[in-house]
Design a protein around this ligand. Structure first.
Ligand SMILES: Cc1cc2nc3c(=O)[nH]c(=O)nc-3n(C[C@H](O)[C@H](O)[C@H](O)COP(=O)(O)OP(=O)(O)OC[C@H]3O[C@@H](n4cnc5c(N)ncnc54)[C@H](O)[C@@H]3O)c2cc1C
Length: 375
């Protein structure tokens, strides 16, 4: 919709095809129904891609301020929630309405609810069949997203199309997705619903936000963030006490030797979580009876608790996809396929994935604007 609107406003004749019966379904469910439509800190280092430089140009030319300007022109009230995340005060419907209004201003024709049954490319023109119609155009922009949340109509269409035109696809993986724990870590399943602020780390990435235990494993913003970096077989390390200073348990022992370890840990963590962690460490009892060496070990474990997820909740629950159409085949200025003039790819279909917090929409807007300016 963004690409269609900008191209339409530049005087291009645009047909927007979507097999869904309504536009912007992911926008409607985004940000808990309020759409986290951008992030003030949308710098390229907050995106994952095989080529981390690919997003630089588009993000620099269409910034969060540009989208915010559009939001304000449409008189949509908004607020910053946390960490630069901008949300609608009202509803995500307002963002869909904004995009539809921009499409209307640009004279874009919408054709919804028909599967695309054929795409041919001949004499520098694309011929698309859908429903009972066949249309031709000198340019085709693939903006069909990634396969996360198939029940909303998400498909791997972009990848199939890209491969057909000789573009490479970086293996897609579910990202911003809850991680699952095995039966060995079953104790934690009993903590379903418990949440606390942590620093979670996978590989070289770490995030300080809330983590949430679920009946299947781990979720919450910190875990969703690291899930994009996590690879099967790797551990996820969680610091349950990011605020405490080294030596805090020995200090607690000096101050209140008769206090139980569980009680002391529960001062900083939800009761059920403190209980489960102390039980797992097998270190119950009064602090006075625990040697300093053991307390140091407990501190270390609590600040680097190692989980070994056995998987993720998959594309059914993933907010986005890591991977996608390989950037090496696309121009970072225009999103056009280097070897197929007239073919463009934008948004989540491309191997650029943002952190949680409005970054993925900002990439969708920026890459769409970059393509539209070149059409
Ligand atoms: C639950 C959830 C919450 C999210 N919240 C946020 C948030 O608050 N902030 C944020 O930045 N990001 C959020 N995201 C991610 C964000 O929604 C996506 O990154 C973004 O929508 C990608 O835009 P896109 O236009 O590339 O793809 P999409 O929005 O997925 O749009 C692709 C369109 O292509 C259509 N399509 C797919 N296959 C075909 C086909 N075969 N033929 C024809 N049409 C097809 C689809 O129907 C769809 O309308 C969230 C995602 C989910 C799932």
């Amino acid at each position: 919709m963004m690409c269609a609107a900008v191209a339409g406003l530049r005087g291009r004749r645009v047909l927007l095809l979507d097999h869904a019966d309504a536009p912007g379904k992911k926008i409607l469910i985004s940000g808990g129904g309020r759409c986290n439509f951008t992030n003030l800190h949308a710098a390229p280092d907050r995106f994952l891609s095989t080529n981390p430089h690919f997003a630089v140009s588009a993000l620099a030319r269409y910034t969060p301020a540009d989208f915010l300007d559009l939001v304000e022109r449409h008189r949509i009230a908004w607020h910053e929630k946390t960490l630069g995340q901008l949300f609608c005060d009202g509803s995500a419907r307002q963002i869909v309405a904004l995009l539809l209004a921009e499409c209307a201003r640009g004279g874009v024709e919408l054709a919804l609810g028909h599967p695309i049954t054929g795409i041919d490319h001949c004499d520098a023109r694309f011929r698309i069949s859908f429903g009972a119609r066949i249309v031709e155009a000198p340019a085709l922009v693939v903006a069909t997203g990634g396969p996360s949340i198939p029940k909303l109509g998400a498909t791997g269409f972009a990848y199939d199309l890209a491969r057909r035109f000789g573009l490479k696809v970086v293996e897609p993986r579910p990202a911003l997705v809850p991680l699952t724990l095995s039966r060995d870590e079953a104790l934690f399943h009993a903590l379903s619903g418990v949440s606390t602020e942590v620093v979670a780390a996978a590989g070289k990435a770490s995030f300080r936000e809330a983590a949430l235990f679920t009946h299947r494993g781990l979720s919450g913003p910190a875990i969703l963030q690291v899930s994009s970096y996590w690879r099967p077989g790797e551990p996820v390390d969680v610091d349950f006490l990011p605020r405490s200073k080294p030596g805090w348990l020995r200090e607690a022992k000096r101050e209140a030797p008769r206090a139980g370890l569980k009680t002391v840990v529960a001062r900083q963590l939800p009761d059920r979580l403190a209980e489960a962690l102390v039980e797992r460490m097998g270190l119950n009892g009064e602090l006075a009876n625990l040697p300093d060496r053991k307390l140091e070990e407990a501190e270390r474990r609590l600040s680097q608790w190692r989980f070994r997820p056995n998987g993720t909740e998959g594309f059914a629950k993933a907010e986005v996809t890591v991977g996608g159409i390989a950037t090496q085949g696309l121009s970072s200025r225009t999103m056009e396929a280097r070897k197929v003039p007239g073919l463009y790819a934008v948004g989540e279909a491309v191997d650029v994935t943002g952190w949680l917090g409005g970054y993925n929409f900002q990439w969708a807007w920026a890459s769409a604007a970059a393509a539209a300016e070149a059409l």
